[in-house]
Design a protein around this ligand. Structure first.
Ligand code: BES
Ligand code: MN
Ligand code: ZN
Length: 472
């Protein structure tokens, strides 16, 4: 069964056909080590092709026909300079229409195939599609399947983020989650509108009640009796106006991406379910729009959380931590082995680490170690930041138990993480990713737009810990 797709697109890796054209990969100054046909070497020399990273050269045959292509990988990794791990992603753009294969990928075949497949992503729902079709022939079918699963998860996250809020409000996010659940035989329970109050999810209700579409909690489960319980929690703010503390227009422009945490955990859930990992899986998504109306929650309001502590709303734009607080409380009530949350939670995280490097917060050193190793191995970077206990004092406020927006904004990503930690049971292993959700500058494997963060690293760790039963 092919992986779930929200927006269907042809998977660019195909089985080895007879007439695919070769791509020769060349490191800088490594022409001597690569076994190139004599005419190809001569053509590269005459064109001054030396293997500079990302350089591309078509190769003609004897009759002027297209015979192949050369692609530069750049310098070998060195302490001062690293090759881009997914430089092969550029090929999806550079190659002419047709089917190609990598002639000399060697032990990097899997990484290049993944780079190519991630680089082939285009978001064309609302525009005339480019009509070029470039495919990469890969003969190892299990490699193709592994890449297809990863890329389906990554592309799901990208598609959900890229789809604007008028097409991806809480109801649409519910519909996609329903489609994903159905594809893998999972159950979806939805609690929406006033029912949120009856079910004691007051913070999700408060943040989302001013929007035209009702706020809701999406609760997806793929039960696997006896397996470890892992719960994913994703911030699903389908649009963040800031609420009554309205964002200025420049800050609001990109806020369709404020459901990036939800998009990423859904992408990760796809990978987990598709691979059949031995996990009793639950995904919790508070899906809301932080909007403005007469019934909006206000600055100064004091709200009661599901867990008990009261929260003074010092800024209605610090809404993500509110909806996540109730979702994390609910997650912990069944004592899962692991809780992972992902959220476009703070501008401060981007100030600290920039758009490409998501901060990871956890007190579980073993998990942090596994994640760091996986991040390095699969080229999905992340960086651990501290849940520095003394900063909990910044969450204090005179007339409520907690403030949602500490004054001054020092260490904003840390204080937001510490806020979430108040709603996680201390004995439960928990990690929190404060992601940007958006690639502002094109990368070889990622066009400008919605992007997956950390989920390939997370999937790698989960697959090591909880492999499918038939593989154990
Ligand atoms: N969704 C934003 C955070 C955000 C902004 C992520 C820009 C990525 C890019 C979040 O809801 C928010 O507005 N956070 C505030 C919190 C503050 C009011 C305490 C922020 O970061 O400014
Ligand atoms: Mn906000
Ligand atoms: Zn937000």
């Amino acid at each position: 069964m092919a992986p779930y797709r929200f927006i269907s697109r042809d998977f660019p890796l195909v089985s080895q056909g007879e007439d695919s054209l070769p791509i020769w990969l060349l490191g800088k100054g490594e022409a001597g080590q690569v076994d190139l046909p004599a005419q190809v070497r001569q053509w590269a020399d005459s064109a001054g092709f030396t293997g500079t990273e990302g350089r591309f050269l078509l190769v003609p045959g004897g009759e002027g026909e297209l015979a192949g292509a050369l692609f530069g990988l750049g310098d070998r990794d060195s302490p001062s300079r690293e090759r881009h791990p997914f430089i092969a992603g550029k090929l999806a753009d550079l190659l002419p229409e047709g089917t190609w294969h990598l002639e000399n990928a060697g032990s990097d075949a899997a990484r290049h195939a993944l780079g190519f497949a991630m680089g082939a992503y285009r978001f064309e729902t609302f525009r005339k599609p480019r009509d070029k079709s470039v495919r990469l022939a890969v003969d190892d079918s299990s490699l193709r399947d592994d890449v297809e699963r990863i890329v389906a998860g990554v592309d799901l996250a990208r598609d959900l983020i890229n789809t604007p809020a008028n097409h991806m409000g809480p109801a649409a996010l519910e519909a996609v989650t329903h489609g994903l659940a159905g594809h893998y035989g999972a159950d979806l329970t939805v609690t929406s509108g006033e029912k949120l109050l009856a079910h004691n999810l007051p913070l999700i209700h408060a943040v989302g009640r001013a929007a035209a579409e009702a706020p809701r909690l999406l609760d997806l489960r793929l039960a696997r009796p006896g397996a470890a319980k892992v719960t994913l929690v994703g911030k699903g703010v389908c649009f963040d106006t800031g609420g009554l503390d309205l964002k200025p227009s420049s800050s609001m422009l990109l806020m369709k991406k404020d459901m990036g945490g939800a998009a990423n955990v859904l992408g990760l859930a796809l990978m987990i379910m598709d691979a059949g990992l031995d996990i009793d899986l639950r995904v919790l998504i508070p899906a809301v729009e932080n909007s403005v109306a007469g019934n909006a929650f206000r600055p100064g309001d004091i709200l009661q959380s599901r867990k008990g502590p009261t929260i003074q709303v010092d800024n209605t734009d610090a809404e993500g931590r509110l909806v996540l607080a109730d979702a994390l409380t609910l997650a912990c009530e069944e004592s899962p082995a692991l809780v992972i949350d992902m959220a476009t939670l703070t501008g401060a995280a981007r100030v600290a680490l920039g758009p490409e490097l998501p901060p990871l917060f956890t007190d579980d050193d073993a998990l942090a170690g596994e994640l760091a190793g996986a991040a390095e191995a699969v080229g999905d970077p992340l960086w651990r930041m501290p849940l520095y206990p003394p900063y909990k004092a910044m969450l204090e406020t005179p007339v409520a138990d907690l403030t949602n927006a500490p004054a001054g904004g020092f260490a904003g990503a840390i204080t937001a993480a510490l806020f979430l930690q108040q709603f996680v049971e201390p004995h439960i292993s928990w990690c929190h990713f404060d992601i940007f959700g958006w690639m502002p500058k094109a990368q070889p494997h990622a066009p400008i737009g919605g992007q997956a963060y950390g989920i390939r690293a997370l999937f790698t760790v989960l697959a090591q810990r909880y492999p499918p039963r038939d593989l154990r």
